[in-house]
Design a protein around this ligand. Structure first.
Ligand code: PMP
Length: 442
């Protein structure tokens, strides 16, 4: 495996050698493991400003990882830093209720169509767990339907069929429930029903086969973890219809789409309102905060305390303040417009370069989050199995060429580019130039 940036990232290489002695696998998240990832060692980023980041060797990059989408205002945003500085000076952790969480929940109710009641957590995984438990408590049922390839965090609840290989996955129309990890009990896996995405016939068949058993249908409305696979026209509305007819709680996992694809997230973008939605990433502007929110009736068991959900750090003053500053900015039309238009410009640059070079690829998603997928026919992916057939090796080559030209994106072709509000004309010019250069080498 080649160095990400040959000869210029020795510091990162050395830090990783040192890390392996004391961190399990040298990392703090399995998604960053090198044994299953495309790079021999990770980049150690030590600072950032706006849309730019700097690594330990002093290289700078225009950053489209953006903290996995959480650094939606960019890095070291001044307004955010000042607000957090005030919290640091006043004390960061009291553990009681605080006034900021109230204002924050009010703002979320204003922005998000489904949000009548809100609960805060610290990570997407936790908030997904909360939403699923709420759905189970509300319906009195235990099974949950998820879609093959969709990702909902690392906790047992839904860590099923995130990334099965072809041999494990089973037949397309009736995929197996494949545990994503060793250590997940069979009983938990058995409660997760898996279905292919974007296929109305397959959906109805799976729903019929589990009539009366399903508490929830959970999905990523834009599948950020499947290279921003878009919902087929009418598909989200079909999910809504079927769930309503069958008394199933519809949950949108908006951890990636939330507040980034517009103030109301994917549910506002597509005009389909779920019963519950889950938020993290952009919600915190880079600090750890997450939420599940939804219809009063479905959240009522949580409000009453019949469905339990806890957390020492939930809506802590630092995280809640970061969130309030971030959401107020994302609630302004000019912020969202800038993010969306900037992303569209990069997407167009990729399409132009691909056309000029005769390289088939799909550029899919929306401006705020998108991915380049090397499908054989250049058609966008419809579901996870299409992605499995795409040319991942070519994606890695493309990404390495971008990295050498100072553009930093997620290491995985299944993930996506996240655009921050801090991106400038210069950043975009440099990015589009790098894209053209990268395609010249493919
Ligand atoms: N849902 C989705 C759609 C995600 O992309 C992620 C994280 N990548 C999660 C849930 C889990 O969030 P966290 O990593 O904060 O636990």
């Amino acid at each position: 495996v080649p160095d990400p940036v040959p000869g210029r990232t020795d510091g990162s290489r050395q830090w990783f050698e040192r890390a392996k002695e004391s961190l399990a696998g040298g990392v703090s998240s399995s998604a960053r493991l090198t044994s299953t990832g495309p790079d021999p060692y990770p980049l150690y980023l030590v600072g950032g400003s706006g849309a730019r980041v700097r690594d330990v060797d002093g290289n700078t990059y225009v950053d489209y990882l953006a903290g996995y989408g959480s650094a939606v205002l960019g890095h070291a945003d001044r307004q955010l830093a000042e607000a957090l500085g005030a919290v640091l000076a006043a004390g960061t952790m009291f553990g009681t209720c605080n006034t900021v969480e109230v204002e924050l929940a009010e703002l979320i109710r204003e922005m998000v169509p489904c949000a009548e009641l809100v609960r805060f957590a610290n990570s997407g995984s936790e908030a997904v767990q909360g939403a699923v438990r709420a759905a189970r408590g509300y319906t009195g049922r235990s099974k949950v339907l998820k879609f093959e390839g969709h990702y909902h965090g690392w906790s047992d609840t839904l860590a099923v069929s995130n990334r099965p290989d072809v041999a494990e996955a089973g037949p397309y129309g009736a995929p197996r429930s494949v545990p994503h990890s060793a250590g997940i009990p069979a009983g938990v896996v058995g409660d997760v029903v898996v279905c292919p995405w974007n296929d109305p016939g397959a959906l109805r068949a799976v729903l019929d086969a589990h009539r009366g058993e399903l508490a929830a249908v959970v999905c990523e409305p834009i599948v950020a973890n499947n290279a921003c696979t878009m919902p087929a026209p009418g598909y989200l509305a079909l999910l809504r219809e079927e769930c309503t007819a069958r008394g199933i709680v519809l949950v949108f996992d908006e951890v990636c789409t939330g507040f980034r694809t517009g103030p109301g997230g994917a549910q506002a973008l597509f005009g389909v309102v779920p019963d519950l939605a889950v938020y993290a990433k952009a919600l915190g502007g880079g600090l750890p905060i997450a939420a599940f929110a939804g219809r009063r009736e479905v959240m009522e068991p949580v409000a009453e305390g019949r469905v339990k959900h806890g957390g020492t750090y939930n809506a802590s003053p630092l995280s809640a303040t970061a969130s309030l500053v971030t959401l107020r900015r994302l609630n302004r039309p000019d912020t969202v417009k800038h993010i969306e238009e900037s992303g569209r410009r990069i997407m167009e640059a990729v399409r132009r370069a691909a056309r000029d070079r005769g390289v088939p690829c799909a550029v899919q998603g929306v401006g705020a989050m998108f991915q380049v997928v090397f499908t054989a026919d250049g058609e966008p992916t419809r579901h996870y199995r299409d992605l499995l057939r795409s040319d991942q090796a070519r994606h890695h080559a493309f990404r390495h060429e971008l990295l050498r030209r100072g553009i930093h994106v997620n290491a995985y072709g299944m993930a996506c580019w996240f655009v921050s509000a801090a991106v400038t004309e210069d950043d975009l010019d440099e990015t589009c130039e790098a894209v053209e250069g990268a395609f010249r080498t493919l």
